[in-house]
Design a protein around this ligand. Structure first.
Ligand code: PEP
Ligand code: MN
Length: 357
């Protein structure tokens, strides 16, 4: 009998909650109108006098059972939320942001799930060099249970005299090896006109040097494929997210990649900005991966960097793997061989996953 009465009262409380929510929204809409007028007139948003007037008018009419102090506290919270509404109303809400979409974006490419619980390993050589090289790497990856292979076909090299990649043939070699061993492939595209050449590639990469190439971002976003977007080596996290915003009209399937930024440190090629991982995850719903090879530029610290990335909440790591790193046509110093890769994959999988709330 008592329990039935509780249920009955709870029903009434639910109705009150819903009326209160309606009233709060109505109040919020009015606050926004005031915010618009204040912006137009150049007036200060915060008005402490008005807040105390509101409380003074309310408290004498407090019928209880809540104490005046409790009512003051509750209304102060409402005032704070309203001010927040006014101050942020002109800010554009980015589509890549959690304010636009609170749930993590999760998608599959082949057998890999980006944005999920399991960290994805993306591995492969810096450059596609030959059919034999790619088949050896692909076979080792499949053996280790890795689902995504990388390899550059068009290489953005600092020197025009360095190996520039095999071009369109590189895409074909990469995708053939990927298909043969049941892997998804990822490769960089450097210009909009080259996108059709990468038709057989599963994930299009925009490299660090092109993160601010806005026409390329739009074109790659509209190519109908998932994208891996690398952070420029002199770009802030905010700039990376704005670059992703250029793509999101074309695709939601965007993977953000931290790959180290340029600092005064010389013992690494770049400095892995580990704080970018939780920051990007907090600000954006998109999956985040960390390229440890281009961050470190060396092979001896890749495992701790990858473990740090996973512990910080990264959805995956990218690492450069070559059957004979000493003879690689690019980035010899940072590629690991197939045996070292097997150890790397074991170590990353053994890492304790970070909080993924
Ligand atoms: C790459 O991943 O092949 C590459 C060139 O990296 P980044 O654009 O990060 O320098
Ligand atoms: Mn490289």
């Amino acid at each position: 009998m008592g329990f039935e009465e509780i249920l009955e009262i709870r029903k009434r409380i639910d109705e009150i909650n819903s009326r209160m929510l309606g009233l709060l929204s109505e109040r919020g809409a009015l606050v926004r109108r005031i915010g618009e007028i204040k912006s137009r007139e150049g007036l200060e948003k915060f008005d402490p006098l008005r807040e105390s007037e509101e409380l003074e008018a309310l408290l004498p009419r407090n019928p209880g059972p809540f104490s005046d102090a409790t009512i003051r506290y509750l209304f102060t919270e409402i005032f704070r939320a309203s001010l927040d509404l006014m101050e942020h109303q002109e800010e554009e809400i980015l589509r890549v942001s959690r304010r636009h979409k609170s749930a993590d974006t999760v998608f599959s490419v082949g057998g890999a799930v980006f944005g999920g619980q399991e960290p994805v390993i993306i591995a492969g050589p810096c450059s596609v060099e030959s059919e034999d090289q790619m088949r050896r790497v692909a076979s080792a990856l499949a053996e280790a249970g890795v689902k995504v292979i990388r390899g550059g076909a068009f290489k953005p090299r600092t020197s025009p005299y360095s190996f520039q990649g095999l071009g369109a043939r590189g895409y074909e070699i990469l995708s053939r090896a990927a298909r043969e061993f049941g892997l998804a492939s990822v490769s960089e595209v450097m210009e909009p006109a080259a996108i059709p050449m990468a038709e057989s590639v599963d994930i299009l990469q925009v490299g660090a040097r092109n993160m601010s190439n806005y026409k390329l971002l739009e074109a790659v976003g509209g190519a109908g494929k998932p994208v891996l977007l690398k952070r420029g080596f002199a770009a802030t996290c905010e700039e990376l997210l704005l670059a992703a915003e250029y793509m999101i009209a074309g695709t939601q399937r965007i993977i953000l990649c931290e790959r180290g930024i340029r600092t005064f440190e010389r013992w690494t090629r770049n400095t892995l900005d580990i704080s970018a991982v939780p920051l990007l995850r907090a600000y954006s719903h998109l999956p985040v991966v960390v390229d440890v090879s281009h961050a470190a530029g060396r092979t001896d610290i890749l495992v701790p960097l990858a473990r740090a990335a996973v512990a910080a909440g990264a959805h995956g790591v990218m690492v450069e793997v070559h059957p004979a790193p000493a003879f690689a046509l690019s980035d010899q110093n940072q590629q690991i061989d197939l045996a070292a890769f097997a150890g790397f994959a074991r170590a990353v999988r053994g890492s304790v996953a970070g909080p993924r709330e």
